[in-house]
Design a protein around this ligand. Structure first.
Ligand SMILES: Nc1ncnc2c1ncn2[C@@H]1O[C@H](COP(=O)(O)OP(=O)(O)O)[C@@H](O)[C@H]1O
Ligand SMILES: Cc1ncsc1CCOP(=O)(O)O
Ligand SMILES: [Mg+2]
Length: 267
């Protein structure tokens, strides 16, 4: 991964504005991790203010978590404005594959908005390349194809960088593929760790020209912070404390800690 120290510094110095059109479950957590990594969050969904808000923004996150017709219209408007302005667009296809509504909306969105990065779990990305999966609402289910193949195919199909989270995270732009071995299963026990990692990725993408690198660094930050927060849990501390410690670790993360902990290799 390139220039970790410079990337961290650039986010902290320029405080990129990350416009989120996201779900009502994890919206507050996404705003807080954006602040923790050094970015500046705004969460706006009114269709009529999308173009103006994008004029202020440095990156756009579109997250399908609680997608409905009205907010979908805002996603199309904001996505179009972001593409015209040339800022990175990050898509989290939460729950795609679970219902035909989500799957068909994702296809319309991907036809109309060029994504720079798509980040999701393995069932969601499998659905985006036309596969079926035993998706469990918003959580990953069993899929018959390897995440490496799914990431490659999705990257080629949508001409963008792909991040697939799981026990090992897979990151690909269709030419190069990386496997990230950080993380801890406890990250799946609180809601929103996938959504939050989208906010971190967007913060890095906003200050760099390299979406593949931004995806690798962003996903690594979440997985490393998760394993460190788990290590720092004391006796009698559980998931509530874990979540607070996770945000602490994202706040405290720097290039030294990152480089010491990261376990990534090219496939
Ligand atoms: N089985 C696992 N072991 C370790 N880390 C995991 C595991 N599953 C997911 N993670 C980590 O949890 C975070 C969220 O991933 P995931 O749960 O797949 O996303 P989502 O919340 O979108 O379904 C990522 O940092 C990922 O690396
Ligand atoms: C539980 C839930 N339901 C709709 S959105 C959402 C949050 C999903 O967050 P994540 O994909 O990061 O676990
Ligand atoms: Mg998710």
């Amino acid at each position: 991964m390139n220039n970790i120290k410079e990337l961290f510094n650039r986010v902290k110095e320029s405080k990129p504005l990350i416009h989120h059109i996201t779900n009502t479950v994890t919206i507050n957590d996404c705003a807080n991790v954006t602040l923790a990594i050094g970015g500046s969050p705004v969460m706006a969904t009114e269709t009529n203010e999308m173009e103006e808000m994008i004029q202020l923004a440095d990156a756009l996150v579109i997250n399908f978590g609680t997608i409905h017709e009205q907010v979908f219209e805002s996603m199309i408007r904001a996505g179009g404005a972001a593409n015209r302005k040339g800022i990175p667009v990050i898509f989290d296809p939460v729950g795609v594959g679970a219902t035909s509504f989500r799957t068909s909306k994702s296809q319309i969105l991907l036809d109309q908005v060029k994504m720079d990065i798509i980040r999701g779990n393995v069932s969601e990305l499998h659905a985006l390349i036309g596969g079926s999966s035993q998706t469990k609402g918003v959580d990953a289910g069993e899929v018959s194809v390897s995440p490496i193949e799914i990431a490659n195919r999705a990257a080629v199909k949508y001409k963008c960088s792909i991040g697939i989270s799981g026990k090992e995270d897979v990151i690909s732009d269709g030419k190069r593929t990386f496997i990230l071995q950080n993380g801890d299963e406890i990250l799946t026990k609180i809601t929103g760790t996938g959504c939050m990692s989208g906010s971190i990725i967007a913060s890095f993408a906003a200050v760099s020209e390299d979406p593949l690198n931004a995806t690798m660094v962003g996903m690594s930050v979440m997985s490393i912070a998760g394993q460190r927060a788990k290590q720092h849990l004391k006796l009698n501390e559980g998931l509530g404390t874990f979540k607070a410690k996770l945000i602490d670790e994202i706040d405290l993360m720097n290039a030294e800690t990152f480089n010491l902990e990261v376990r990534i290799h090219e496939y």
